[in-house]
Design a protein around this ligand. Structure first.
Ligand code: PMP
Length: 451
């Protein structure tokens, strides 16, 4: 372990024993359990890698057959402080022993307030803020729209191409991709949710000014005074780790404010240290009127937050928002532990090192291999996109490469509108050596597949 590595990152590649593959993947016990799953659980749940996890530590997952995987998924950007950070474990255990739930709408507890205070102090935006806690990302998005409607007295929501905001009925409507998220689940409130270009640098054919002009044209056509909220991810997650073109987010913020539209920054995947700054919108010097967090917030426990301008957040009547489990006390304690880890400067320094070891291995592939279209992202939110030279997406390659990585003990995820992107989301505290070992395997599998 290097001295600059955050405490509790702990395991370098040799120390962790990962990757270590001792059976076929999935192994016999995982296969047995998977058969039982099929008999008990809805087929509607997909699975990236059908192995059952027995234990996990930092950035290493161990399955029930004793195979150890380098974790480039973090449970989809959730276990940013590692799979079982000692501070999270300690606070969770202590709180569970005191009480597990009261419902904050029935009787109050201090940790809910402390989580709100921390978010108010750290979320971008130089104004007085208030926070509301919920349980899932989709719930945070839904509540942001409710609050914006109540504040503006308007109904409609502006969203972007390739966006992902969740699986509930409203957030599914705000999500762009048809399959698997929307297929067969309509009808959708199509006149209330309006989609505009995201100015995708590789595929939209628009520069920042062109993309902003297009958004302005649609707003003018639809009537800007009909929109309550404009909701955008600072880096699109499920859409393919699309980094916005320089100036796009700040241009959108100006547009929204000019028309009295609440500007909502969905930092659910990209926020809380993931991109090397506390919030991804900081890279663009932009602040949402409302900022949404979830995923990494609870270190693995379900909790989400809506943090925004006090006048907007307080526009809702008492009892208008909430939820039985909203800001559960065990999840709040976990969030307070996550904040301690994020406040340690070594954590974001480690994210910068992760970015460096990944980019120095993946970026040369863009010139070396014609099917590698792009390597992009920020911090520990990094991706590689596969396409033919004429930009035809190659999801077959991402599937084959990802599968080969899984067999070799590296848990990668695919993403993207066209399913042709491999994304890397290691825990922020992952030892850079371990990340390097995993990326070396990824590079080898890319070269073998493209050979
Ligand atoms: N917004 C973004 C940007 C997300 O990445 C996600 C989850 N992938 C959500 C919202 C929805 O979060 P949840 O799955 O917790 O409802």
């Amino acid at each position: 372990m290097t001295t600059s590595s955050p405490e509790a990152a702990r395991l370098s590649a040799p120390e962790s024993g990962a990757p270590h593959i001792r059976t076929e993947i999935p192994g016999p016990r995982s296969r047995e359990l998977h058969a039982q799953r099929t008999a008990a659980i809805s087929d509607g749940f997909g699975v990236t890698l059908p192995v059952f996890i027995e234990k996990a530590h930092g950035a290493v997952l161990e399955d029930v057959d004793g195979n150890r995987f380098i974790d480039f998924a973090s449970g989809i950007a959730v276990t940013s402080v590692g799979a079982s950070h000692p501070k999270v474990v300690e606070r969770v255990a202590a709180q569970a022993a005191k009480f597990t739930h009261t419902c904050f709408m029935v009787t109050e507890y201090e940790s809910f307030v402390r989580v709100g205070e921390w978010l108010n102090a750290h979320v971008p935006g130089d104004w007085e803020k208030r926070t509301a806690l919920f349980s899932t990302g989709a719930e945070a998005v839904e509540n942001a729209v409710k609050i914006a409607r109540r504040f503006t007295g308007r109904g409609r929501v502006l969203v972007f191409d390739e966006a992902y905001h969740g699986r509930s009925l409203l957030t599914m409507s705000m999500t762009a991709k048809e399959h698997p998220y929307k297929a067969g689940f309509g009808p959708f409130p199509t006149s209330d949710v309006v989609r505009v270009t995201n100015g995708n640098a590789l595929r939209s054919g628009l520069d920042t000014a062109g993309a902003l002009a297009e958004v302005e044209r649609v707003l003018a056509e639809e009537g800007p005074e009909t929109f309550a909220a404009m909701v955008i991810e600072p880096i699109q997650g499920e859409g393919g780790f699309n980094v916005p073109q320089q100036g796009f987010l700040s241009g959108l913020a100006d547009l929204a404010r000019r028309h009295g539209i609440v500007f909502v920054m969905d930092e659910i995947q990209a926020g809380l240290g993931r991109t090397g700054t506390l919030f991804a919108s900081e890279h663009e010097g932009v602040a949402g009127d409302i900022t949404l967090t979830a995923k990494a917030l609870g270190g693995g426990l379900p909790i989400s937050a809506v943090t925004g301008r006090a006048d907007i957040m307080n526009a809702v009547h008492a009892g208008g928002i909430g939820g039985t489990y909203a800001g559960n006390p065990i999840a709040c304690e976990a969030a307070l532990a996550v904040f301690e880890v994020l406040e340690d400067p070594a954590t974001l320094e480690n994210v910068a090192r992760i970015e460096q070891v990944v980019f120095e291995r993946l970026k040369p592939l863009v010139d070396e291999l014609p099917q590698v279209l792009d390597v992009r992202g920020r911090g520990a939110m990094l991706a590689i996109e596969f396409a033919d030279p004429d930009l035809t997406p190659r999801p077959d390659l991402t599937t084959a490469i990802s599968k080969a990585c899984h067999q070799a003990g590296v848990l990668t995820l695919t993403t993207g509108t066209h399913g042709n992107v491999i994304r890397l989301l290691p825990p922020l505290i992952a030892e850079p050596e371990l990340v390097a070992a995993g990326v070396d395997i990824l590079v080898a599998k890319i070269k073998e597949t493209l050979a």
